[in-house]
Write a protein that binds this ligand. Structure first.
Ligand SMILES: *Cc1c(COP(=O)(O)O)cnc(C)c1O
Length: 370
């Protein structure tokens, strides 16, 4: 790959393929695989990732909002797309673009049935989500009877799947909580399925669920996001995955700072000795938030660690390159293989998901597939 000459987010589709195959190897061949491509495919490039997943043989895609699904359809993506958090205002577009709604409340079901009637839909695929402990979105077990009643004797919609979402699949200290979610899910499924004309697919596991609970609870499909992008929420799994996104930039300017001088806004850093700094063309407007400043995170220059010093600016950061052999124009790795997005994020006490999805649309995406 050519060295960066500006700030770019490189998206490695071969790494995606590796991660996809790794995750598939952890489930039965007959279990379907849904690739989660919400939030620009975790900050990367949702169209490029969706196309590759389609070629690799994924069964389903998921986005959070209808607008994200529309982008995929306009790019020619043919896979079924589950919209995890549709809002009634976008139901018309959802239907126009052949997207499948997660129906998570009685109100949403009513609203969707009304649109289905107005548009003369027949057996339109919908997915029902149940709240089993995350307390975020979903029907409760108490609503099963009402649901069954509302779905009875209508042909507008067809329930193609029942699902739920785990709250702490990565945390084995919370195994009991997770087992309880699994049991609640199965209870709901048993109560509802007998009222349905067709047997719906069942799915529960996210990436860490696949890692920790595939033996008992993979059902008909699993849903993976972060794993596809190279992170498994534990070191042993991270070691077997490959980061898809690498944020690269370059050294714009090098300064020699004399002991006692300050660096950046508000003199947040004062040199205790003579040091050398590099100014990089990436800042909080690109997604490197102020929490990463003042030594909380480091970047890699010619294989060596250069900590961010002083406050992060809107369009720039300064890093300490004292003792590092480098010059203006050299490439800088903000995150990728080293530091990983997970390591970079942990410096500011956050997680890979946040740093990845926060890289702003100002940063050019460069998709690599070889
Ligand atoms: C985002 C999301 C996922 C993907 O979770 P990962 O931890 O990234 O694998 C799966 N299911 C639902 C409902 C989600 O919102």
């Amino acid at each position: 790959m050519a060295k960066a000459s500006e700030t770019v987010l490189e998206i490695d589709l071969l790494a995606l393929e590796h991660n996809y195959r790794f995750l598939k190897s952890r489930i039965k061949q007959t279990t379907k695989f849904l690739g989660v491509v919400k939030a620009f495919a975790y900050g990367s490039d949702s169209v490029a990732i969706a196309r590759k997943l389609e070629v690799l043989g994924a069964d389903y895609l998921a986005v959070a909002y209808v607008s994200e699904g529309v982008v995929l359809r306009q790019a020619g993506i043919k896979l079924p797309i589950l919209v995890l958090h549709p809002l009634p205002v976008s139901f018309d577009n959802l239907v126009t673009y052949d997207l499948e709604p997660n129906i998570y409340s009685i109100k949403i079901l009513k609203d969707f049935l009304q649109v289905a009637q107005e548009r003369g839909l027949n057996q339109y695929p919908i997915h029902l989500k149940f709240n089993t402990g995350l307390n975020r979105l979903g029907f409760t077990e108490n609503e099963v009877e009402t649901l069954a009643e509302m779905l009875k004797g209508q042909n507008q919609v067809k329930v193609v799947s029942l699902f739920s979402h785990l709250a702490a699949s990565e945390d084995l200290n919370e195994r009991e909580f997770t087992e309880n979610q699994i049991a609640r899910f199965e209870g709901i499924v048993n109560a509802l399925v007998k009222h349905l004309k067709h047997k719906p697919m069942l799915h529960l596991l996210n990436t860490s669920g696949i890692i920790n609970y595939a033996a008992q609870s993979q059902y008909d499909m699993v849903r993976s996001g972060i794993g596809l992008y190279g992170f498994g929420n534990e070191a042993a799994i991270d070691a077997q995955l490959k980061p898809v996104a690498t944020l690269k930039t370059v050294i714009s300017q090098i300064h020699t700072i004399i002991k006692g001088q300050s660096i950046g806004y508000n003199m947040a850093y004062r040199a205790q000795e003579d040091i050398v700094t590099a100014t990089l063309p990436v800042g909080h407007a690109d997604g490197i938030g102020r929490q990463y400043g003042n030594g909380k995170a480091y970047v890699t220059i010619n294989g060596q660690k250069a900590p961010i010093i002083g406050n992060v600016c809107m369009d720039m950061i300064m890093v300490n390159i004292t003792g590092i052999d480098c010059k203006e124009g050299d490439e800088v790795i903000v995150f990728g293989k080293s530091p990983t997005a997970e390591a970079f994020a942990s410096g500011a006490k956050t997680i890979s998901y946040e740093i990845l999805t926060g890289i702003s649309q100002r940063v050019t995406r460069l998709v690599v597939d070889n």
